[in-house]
Design a protein around this ligand. Structure first.
Ligand code: UDP
Length: 323
């Protein structure tokens, strides 16, 4: 039996990865401190420890008890904007937490590691399509901690040659592959728009004077179900001893503007609306879109869901949890 620890497995992305593991006959074990996750996102029958990844002894114990073959390290504090006000909290969760994970893995002799990184390691890239070899210039404490997380993985691979690791750089992750799990982030476009519609408020575009075709910011939206499949592909590649690069973009190669997302929201929810235009949000770059060709080659990465399905699935999962 193959078993992987999923840190942050009660969160929006982690709970999708847990299901993708189950679909492939791999046993997931979850550790989550429930700071932003939900215990009910974890499927029945999956072992769950409520605890913090900074507790090295606890993680070591879980890895040993469950004879884990690898660690999918997804837990972290993921709000770039908030990280500016809370740098120490962000560093504790994302850097101290990652050091603790790698230490526990070394003590328990676990040799496979997939790390959730982020587009934020690139900062504001000066290219139309970001490739993995672009310079890394994070612009928030959050982005810095993700870059340090990548360095930690690389340094630990050098120090422990039996360790095999890969970092996955997420772009704008949206949608749901199951109505059991939805994105409850208070800081991202999809959940903010959906909450506004459910509350009877009109969604707002943060600025329409950017240097983009329709004046609103362009981002690379990817479906969480596709993302989860590539995580499992990464885990399998590491277990099979296949050669992987240190880091991959999980990006679609296609940009969508905020206005296009708003149009898709109006078309695919039962709420027709015209968004209001507000001021720019501090720190928003005009455009970030990634090339995902390397992940397509090595990690079964492909866009199985289009933007309408992204919106419909996000909406449907949120409605399913409406109290
Ligand atoms: N955005 C918006 N209205 C909102 C929330 C977000 O126009 O109510 C914009 C935001 O300013 C950014 C884009 O949507 O241009 C994506 O924002 P998100 O926070 O989801 O992702 P990120 O900033 O990490 O790309």
């Amino acid at each position: 039996m193959t078993t992987w620890l999923v840190t942050g497995g009660a969160g929006y992305i982690g709970a999708h990865v847990v299901r993708a593991f189950l679909d492939e006959g791999i046993t997931p074990v979850v550790i989550d401190n429930l700071s932003s996750g939900h215990a009910e996102f974890i499927p029945d029958g999956v072992a769950f420890v409520e605890g913090d990844i900074t507790d090295t002894a606890l993680v070591e114990q879980i890895l040993t008890e469950h004879r884990c073959d690898g660690v999918m390290h997804i837990a972290g504090f993921k709000y770039a904007g908030v990280s500016v006000e809370r740098p120490l909290h962000t560093y504790t969760q994302n850097v101290t937490g990652t050091v603790s994970m790698l230490e526990a893995m070394a003590r328990a002799g676990v040799e496979r590691y997939v790390f959730s990184s982020s587009a934020s390691v690139y900062g504001t890239p000066d290219v139309d399509l970001v490739t993995e070899d672009q310079p890394l210039h994070p612009e928030s404490p959050y982005g810095e901690t993700k870059l340090i997380g990548e360095w930690l993985a690389a340094d630990q691979v050098r120090a422990r040659p039996s360790l095999r690791a890969v970092c996955l750089r997420y772009f704008n992750v949206v949608g749901s592959a199951t109505d059991e799990v939805y994105d409850s982030s208070p800081h991202n476009l999809f959940p903010i728009v959906i909450e506004a519609l459910l509350d009877g408020r009109t969604p707002r575009i943060n600025g329409d004077d950017y240097h983009t075709p329709d004046g609103t910011c362009v981002r690379d939206y990817v479906h969480v179900g596709d993302l989860a499949i590539s995580h499992v592909a990464a885990a399998k590649a590491l277990m099979d001893g296949r050669d992987l690069l240190p880091a991959y973009n999980l990006g679609s190669g296609e940009g969508l503007s905020v206005r296009q997302i708003m149009d898709a929201m109006a078309a695919n929810t039962d709420h027709d609306f015209t968004p209001t235009i507000g001021p720019r949000r501090a720190g928003d770059p005009d455009r970030i879109v990634a090339n995902g060709d390397l992940a397509a080659r090595d990690l079964d990465w492909t866009m199985r869901w289009d933007v309408d399905q992204m919106v419909r699935s996000a909406w449907s999962a949120r409605i399913a949890h409406r109290s």
